[in-house]
Design a protein around this ligand. Structure first.
Ligand SMILES: [Zn+2]
Length: 176
């Protein structure tokens, strides 16, 4: 019995960093997951919306950086839906912020057992966008959100090339 206590303590200590490492913030269309506040700050800095989109984002209540990020991302989702003319019901996706492209590549490798040098990808099975904050910008985010919307809109998933074309369409027109 006395030996069990240190063992349990050790397990808790080992698990603790993983349990507390990720923070989640929830907006209307997205839950954003990140390891530390610096990552969220960087994402906020990199995510520069054009004048029109930024004006729309700032109509939402913004007090903290988290509010600002959620306002921007939710605005991008709405604009992407308008571009595609697709408004899927109950769209809610996860967006995981990772520091660099190597981190995105590592997650991709773990999930699909093959290597790729993506700076971002959308996992269809997990409903989750993984982003390298080193490389992210509005177009990159819009592209992945495009994939998510297309995925939610169709009951039968369109062929990969069509999926990709629609995501590129969103990417090109996000600031129109
Ligand atoms: Zn794509």
């Amino acid at each position: 019995m006395s030996r069990l206590v240190p063992l349990i303590t050790l397990c808790c200590l080992l698990l603790l960093p993983f349990a507390t490492r990720a923070t989640e913030i929830k907006g209307r269309y997205v839950t954003i997951v990140y390891g530390d506040n610096e990552l969220l700050d960087d994402f906020n800095d990199e995510l520069e919306l054009g004048r029109k989109l930024d004006g729309l984002a700032r109509k939402r209540p913004i007090v903290t950086v988290a509010d600002e990020v959620l306002a921007k991302v939710d605005t991008v989702v709405e604009k992407a839906e308008t571009i595609l003319e697709m408004f899927p019901d109950q769209l809610h996706i996860r967006v995981v912020l990772l520091a660099a492209q190597e981190d995105v590549a590592r997650v991709f490798q773990e999930k699909y057992s093959r290597s790729a040098d993506h700076i971002a990808f959308y996992s269809l099975s997990e409903d989750t966008i993984y982003l390298s904050i080193d490389d992210v910008n509005l177009e990159v985010l819009a592209h992945e959100i495009g994939h998510a919307i297309v995925d939610h809109y169709f009951d039968v998933r369109p062929p990969y090339n069509i999926h990709e074309l629609m995501a590129q369409f969103v990417e090109k027109r996000i600031n129109d």
